[in-house]
Design a protein around this ligand. Sequence first.
Ligand code: ADP
Length: 228
Amino acid sequence: MTPAGSLLYADDLHKAYGPTTALDGAAFSVHAGEVVAIMGPSGSGKSTLLHCLAGIVRPDSGSITYQGQELSALPDAARSALRRTEFGFVFQFGQLVPELTCTENVALPLRLNGTKRKEAERRALEWMERLEVAGLGHKRPGEVSGGQGQRVAVARSLVTGPRVLFADEPTGALDSLNGERVMELLTQAARSTNAAVVLVTHEARVAAYSDREVVVRDGKSRDLEHLV
Ligand code: ADP
């Protein structure tokens, strides 16, 4: 059963890749508007947990519910629709489309959802202003710095108004000053829309921006929320 108030909840997740156990009974929960950092050493299962929570990887067993609905019960098409409309993603290396301008990159998720170009670009610019990269609109990703590119990627992840923002080592490729600014702007922006943030990091200074930490070790996670 989903604990009251949880937006996204997982319990007893198991996942193996051949002989490698990636998750071995992991648990997790996040409320709307909450920033939760998934921490742990390299290879402990953090990314696998994030990919399961986001409906990208199917766990071998265990339960994941989003707004009370069991993810594994959804057909693939419904899970991809959910990812497009309710979830946003930021990865370690922005993964912007190099041929598009920064504004076109931010507008892309809206365009894919059928929003008209003018409206999509207007909303893209609004988000770029909030992430302090509005001046870069006409540049291509290859012409901006790593920190600026990540802010463009954060704007792109929030432009559709997701309920959950998944961020996998979003500052992993940045120096500490740029990394902190990205985290500041990311958490501020997410809080302003009451989106939940699920953040994978192995850095304590990045996790410091979260409300709560979930530690993963050997595929097992300790989510103190479960004990409440
Ligand atoms: P972390 O994010 O904490 O570094 P991961 O979730 O990426 O950990 O990986 C957990 C374990 O699962 C590791 O031993 C890793 O090598 C293995 N693993 C993850 N993804 C795959 C995959 N697609 N194929 C095979 N093994 C994988």
